[in-house]
Design a protein around this ligand. Structure first.
Ligand code: C5P
Length: 394
């Protein structure tokens, strides 16, 4: 952590008292710390305590008698911003881009990685609104430092305690220790479903959430790769300084966005669930309900994987996915060969917790040299790390 510039934003929760040890630990590990507080946080711990520990003035307002605290400058200064504790209110403001205090202003201006350590009572934590806000923040690329489980200030026992200062520092330590082992690499990733229009209202689509491909994109971007993420219609809105996100709807658009600069890419990871067929004709007006049955003629979409595989040059790696419901290994092997993949990641809908929309996945990796590796059920974020490490090992 030596020399790292860290903004610690403190919002108004009883856990704010732990911010004193947090700041002390960060300073001890060699970091420069700028403390920001919401006005409510100053009811729980004094700015004087924190300015003494951080050896810098603490800002609790966007402007003060001394002038305007330049939130844009602060946002650019920091190597990381840590919001600890993050109350339910602050979580909701950050998720919605509401800018009414110095923390929310700096948050919106910051270009550095952002970490948030929530703290609240168990029922507040489990409320769907809170959970939606947490997911929303994660979808912006912000990193959750998970809450602990135990006794809460209310006397209730459950989830919602802010992570201990030592754990928070360990989290940041691990982040900064990450190696930029993909720094010189240019990567193409496809993710999400495709929507193939039938008329201006309807489409043929599938249940892909885009979570797996987006998780891989994030791991690679964190490890220094320049990622071009071609993302179909997914609710996720990933952002990262190392990531260019190209939004597409149809298989044809995904194909064009992927082939576009494939020649310059070192690695292609095709995690999208691309529609295999699309309506041959797209009606320009809404199709009316007239006959008792309706037939729609479908035609094949371009196979992005097969096309990239065909023109793959020496030194390029191409990784594919196979989501199967039966005869899994044989189907995956067939795709590995047909599409000229270097390895294929197989997941079966027969495995509990694997496949579309889950936050977990269970994968088997089949290499072109015949090696087969099985992995346990893990979070998609952990599966993404396994896949990236497998690429590294080639
Ligand atoms: O043949 P299947 O669709 O099961 O193959 C899956 C693999 O091929 C995935 O990696 C998927 O992203 C890719 N694919 C593609 N373009 C298509 C169909 C599949 O890139 N039109």
């Amino acid at each position: 952590m030596e020399g790292k510039k860290i903004i610690v934003g403190i919002s108004g929760s009883i856990a704010a008292y732990k911010a004193a040890s947090l700041v002390r630990l960060l300073i001890k590990s060699g970091a420069e710390v700028q403390v920001l507080m919401t006005p409510a946080a100053t009811d729980f711990i004094t700015p004087l305590t924190l300015s003494t520990l951080s050896k810098r003035p603490v800002f609790s307002k966007v402007s003060s008698e001394e002038g305007w605290n330049n939130h844009v400058e602060l946002g650019l200064w920091a190597d990381a911003m840590l919001i600890a504790p993050t109350t339910a209110t602050t979580l909701s403001k950050l998720a919605n881009g509401l800018c009414d205090n110095v923390i929310t202003a700096v948050y919106l201006s910051a270009r550095c990685p952002i970490f948030f350590a929530p703290a609240m009572d168990v029922d507040m934590w489990h409320h769907p609104a809170t959970q939606r806000n947490v997911q929303q923040l994660q979808s912006y690329g912000n990193q959750l430092i998970p809450v602990g489980h135990g006794e809460l200030a209310s006397g209730l026992v459950g989830a919602g305690r802010m992570a201990e200062p030592e754990d928070i520092v360990a989290h940041l330590d691990a982040f900064f220790a990450q190696t930029a082992d993909f720094a010189a690499k240019k990567v193409l990733i496809t993710a999400g479903p495709t929507y193939e229009p039938l008329d201006p209202v309807r489409f043929i689509g599938n249940r892909s959430s885009g979570k797996m491909g987006v998780a891989i994109a994030k791991v690679l971007a964190d490890r220094g790769a320049k990622v071009r993420l071609v993302l179909g219609p997914s609710k996720l809105q990933p952002t990262h300084p190392n990531m260019e996100v190209v939004r597409v709807q149809t298989a044809q658009q995904m194909y064009e966005a992927s082939i576009h600069d494939w020649e310059q890419r070192d690695i292609g990871i095709l995690a999208a669930a691309v529609a295999d067929y699309r309506p041959k004709e797209v009606a320009d007006k809404k199709i009316k309900k007239k006959t008792s049955s309706l037939s729609i003629e479908l035609e094949k979409t371009p196979d992005i994987a097969a096309n990239l595989g065909k023109i793959k040059r020496d030194g390029q790696l191409l990784i594919g996915f196979a989501l199967e419901t039966n005869n899994e290994l044989d189907n995956a092997k067939g795709k590995l060969e047909r599409k000229n993949f270097d390895f294929i990641v197989l997941n079966s809908l027969r495995d509990k917790g694997a496949g579309f929309s889950y936050d977990t996945n269970k994968i088997t990796i089949l290499h072109k040299n015949g090696t087969i590796k099985q992995f346990d059920l893990k979070s998609k974020a952990a599966v993404a790390v396994d896949i990236v490490n497998e690429i590294k090992a080639i």
